[in-house]
Write a protein that binds this ligand. Sequence first.
Ligand code: AMP
Length: 280
Amino acid sequence: MVVVDTPQRMQEIANKLKREGKSIGFVPTMGYLHEGHLSLVREARKHNDTVVVSIFVNPLQFAPNEDLDRYPRDFKRDEQLLENEQVDYLFYPTVENMYPQGFQSFVEVEKLTKPLEGRSRPTHFRGVTTVVLKLFNIVKPDKAYFGKKDAQQLLVIKRMVEDLNLDIDVVGMPIVREEDGLALSSRNKYLNEEERKQAVCLYKALLRAKELIETGVEESKKIIEEMEKAIKQYELAKIDYISINRLSDLEELQKIEKNNTLVSLAVFIGNTRLIDNMWF
Ligand code: AMP
């Protein structure tokens, strides 16, 4: 595996691969890798000649009050994990290289970024779409892999790709979970022992929603109330939002729509904000 640390060099490599007719599969990450990230890498490995993974903790997608400075990092470990997965190129740029002095261009997806995560984190998706478009232009992937864990992010990226005619196949992959159901996340590292135990409440609430939907309950209000009850069993949990939205446009739903419904939530466990979701 080759580690590439400048956009210019990565672009030269991508151009050469294209000339040689090699397909490029790309997995963008912020590092501190876990099995969720690696599931995307394995899928990319299966379907492409060349696999590129990026590690970049993107300052643009963090608000000033968020955890940019303490976001977990372990480059050596990440490098080894990716080497083990037979990744070809690890793109690992610096903030200065990605946003040199004078940088002033941004990408905004409008409506889809307003509800859910966008309500709690109003500048977040502008940072995400801007960095992802830059990464796409640098890495020139044929296919790019994203987790359903960040459901709104996946939908926003798909929208951007369609709206801006990017010739990239965006692939959404299932959420990888711990044995007790907690969705893997780099931020789980912030949890102490008791918080870690209680963090399972997000999944428990989603299971409750699933149970209700499977027994024919359609009313969002009823489902959300039951999810709130499930979370309130856990004293360290504080709900940011629980929401039921149409998958295609993220409009809030009064009633479940078959095969087109996203049930999602964000919950603080102590000071750590966790998100999770299920697709119905
Ligand atoms: P991050 O490093 O948190 O920006 O995540 C990089 C990619 O990994 C994103 O597409 C995430 O949605 C995906 N991802 C993170 N956690 C999981 C998980 N538990 N299961 C599947 N994909 C995940």
